[in-house]
Ligand binder design. Structure first.
Ligand code: RP5
Length: 168
């Protein structure tokens, strides 16, 4: 999936492996719906450490405002990127194997040391990562904030439709 707009990407979506894409595409989809320009690529903390360092070091210089980083297993990507950049990093634990139900991914991303925060969403929670990134962008971008308002109304409408259906 590519960024469909020609404008400067504001959010960088990265993930440790192509196999994470099935989860991470939810972040790309919601950013597209909310009108937030993004870029998306694979960066592995363990298999391409130099690429990870360069990506994190260049991110702010090239105009990104937020990074969403997804990884599974020994999921060091979000934390390592957060250790290099001053941009906010949103971590998405990906359930990449069934062996320990994704706890490996969750704890690897969640348990950061003091001074190096990663905003960790739920296991496979790429949708919320995308929304959170848009909310950060929306603090200084009225068009994105307006779309977020409409999104919230759509959430409420969906619940109210179910309430109506149950009444019938
Ligand atoms: C992690 O290992 C990736 O983020 C992925 O979730 C997991 C498995 O990667 P593959 O072996 O499928 O490439 O680094």
């Amino acid at each position: 999936m590519a960024n469909e707009t020609n404008t400067q990407p504001l959010v960088g979506i990265i993930m440790g492996s192509q196999s994470d894409m099935k989860v991470m595409e939810a972040a790309a989809e919601i950013l597209e719906n909310l009108g937030v320009p993004f870029e998306i690529t694979i960066v592995s903390a363990h298999r391409t450490p130099h690429r990870m360092f360069e990506y994190a070091e260049q991110a702010r210089k090239k105009g990104l405002k937020v990074i969403i980083a997804g990884a599974g297993g020994a999921a060091h990507l979000p934390g390592m990127v957060a250790s290099i950049t001053t941009l906010p990093v949103i971590g998405v634990p990906v359930k990449s194997s069934n062996s320990i139900d994704g706890w490996d991914s969750v704890l690897s991303i969640l348990q950061m040391p003091g001074g190096v925060p990663v905003a960790t969403v739920a296991l496979d929670g790429a949708l919320n990562a995308g929304i959170l990134a848009a909310q950060i962008i929306g603090t200084s971008n009225a068009a994105v904030a307006d779309k977020l308002e409409k999104y919230k109304v759509s959430l409420k409408d969906k619940v109210m439709r179910s309430v109506e259906e149950l009444r019938r």
